[in-house]
Design a protein around this ligand. Structure first.
Ligand code: ATP
Ligand code: MG
Length: 420
């Protein structure tokens, strides 16, 4: 193993590709910022209990994928595997729900950690941008979140994604369904792992990716037939609002998602160009989560979109984001005096808001022009002793190759005018 190798299942974001990641994060956040969501940032780790209670002991995330550790001081912590439990914890701790202005709408962006089998689109360290609307039960809020995610993906130019939608029922009707499903599943011939799952998290089996299991599920009771009237009406309203907004979705009765805390609306965004890691984002309503972690009843809904997989989706669709060049002007000094004068000019340009860079390390003209080319700058500023004696710098247009002298005293304005 080389010292320069990132840990298994992780990778570094490096220029120029890292610019795409930043742009994706910003594109996902933009519709949220524009819709009353405030930015929240929570620690990268939490007390392990938050996740074991809030995400659920029976989930793969907690039982298999969590990075849990004990500190020298004896604290039992875990690197955060997801954002919802932390955000809700922080909102409760800060009493945001008591400010009399529900729902509390928050968005976040950051790193998450899961001990998974690494493969394309599945990493041990990955990024999400997420949104949570805490403390209101209103189908329009569920619809809002789905509409905003759809808007985010579309703003990136993505087209080959689909929205899968389902309702998981509530604490009235889901237990009745759970019993019925367990009755059906117990009669099946399944492996040890699945047998255990029937007892602790039977709904998850509907989501099993294996064909053989899916065949066995033919004829299983479906949640749709067990939804109580309130859940049915709620779900119908969400669907109507989405349709009215022109957002296309597919009803997916088998969509249950991995987390224990979901109730009613549940949804996933899948992209058809990603192979088996097709989920680019997901979310749903989690009316019981607050109480599960010791808070008051606070019906809430949220989603998290994966940044890594969204970038892969862009690649799959052949989309290149139009990112502005990072450097507009690159300065190439010839000689000591020019170095001081051009460095001062670059500083002035930067203060005037022009993206400018400088040839460092005392390179000769040839090497410095190479750097200027690589920077992608629209203009290069060149100056030698003779130019300075005449009070000018040479401004070279890197597209046309044309070079014009501009007066040093007026250089900042002249450059700004040309760039405008
Ligand atoms: P999957 O079914 O693919 O394991 P998940 O249901 O575990 O996904 P969520 O917990 O809903 O995923 O997280 C939301 C999004 O975060 C996913 O849709 C995905 O884009 C991203 N994500 C989750 N786990 C990973 C991972 N290990 N590597 C990269 N992205 C991930
Ligand atoms: Mg997973």
């Amino acid at each position: 193993m080389s010292t320069f190798q990132a840990p298994k299942g992780t990778y570094d974001l490096i220029p120029p590709d890292s610019a795409t990641y930043l742009a994706v994060r910003e594109a996902i956040a933009a519709p949220l910022k524009n819709s009353g969501y405030g930015y929240i940032e929570t620690p990268g780790f939490e007390n392990i209990e938050l996740f074991s209670r809030g995400v659920g002991e029976s989930t793969d995330i907690v039982s298999k994928e969590m990075y849990a550790f004990e500190t020298k001081g004896g604290d039992k912590l875990a690197l955060r595997p997801e954002g919802t439990a932390s955000v809700l914890r922080a909102a409760l701790e800060a009493n945001l729900h008591k400010a009399g202005n529900l729902p509390v709408k928050l968005w976040y962006s950051g790193s998450y950690y899961r001990y998974e089998r690494p493969q394309k689109g599945r990493y041990r360290h990955f990024s999400q941008v997420g949104a949570e609307a805490i403390g209101a039960e209103d189908p329009a809020l569920d619809a809002e979140l789905i509409i905003l995610a759809d808007q985010a993906y579309r703003s990136l130019g993505l087209r080959q994604f689909r929205i899968l939608l389902n309702s998981l029922g509530d604490k009235e009707c889901r237990p009745v369904y759970r019993d019925a499903l367990q009755g059906f599943l117990r009669a099946l011939d399944v492996d040890e792992d699945t047998r255990r799952r029937i007892e602790i998290n039977p709904l998850r089996i509907l989501d099993d990716k294996r064909d053989a299991v899916q065949k066995q599920l033919v004829g299983a009771p479906m949640l749709r037939d067990y939804l109580c009237d309130a859940c049915k009406a709620y779900h119908e309203e969400v669907r109507e609002l989405l349709t009215a907004a022109g957002v296309t979705y597919e009803d997916d009765e088998k969509l249950v998602r991995g987390l224990d805390y979901y109730t009613r609306t549940t949804f996933e965004f899948v992209h058809d160009g990603l192979g088996s890691q097709s989920a680019v984002g997901g979310g749903g309503r989690y009316d019981g989560l607050s109480e599960m972690i010791g808070g008051p009843a606070l019906p809430s809904v949220g989603w998290a979109l994966g940044v890594d997989r969204t970038v892969l989706a862009l690649e799959a669709e052949g989309i290149e984001l139009e990112l502005p060049a990072t450097t507009s002007v690159f300065a190439v000094p010839l000689g000591e005096e020019a170095r001081r004068v051009l460095f001062a000019l670059v500083t002035e340009l930067r203060r005037a808001g022009v993206a400018a860079d400088f040839s460092y390390g005392g390179k000769g003209l040839k090497g410095a022009m190479k750097s200027a080319n690589r920077s992608g700058a629209r203009y290069t500023l060149v100056a030698g002793e003779r130019d300075l004696a005449e009070g000018v710098v040479q401004l070279k247009d890197m597209e046309s190759g044309e070079q014009t002298p501009v007066a040093l005293v007026d250089a900042v304005n002249a450059i700004r005018e040309r760039l405008a």
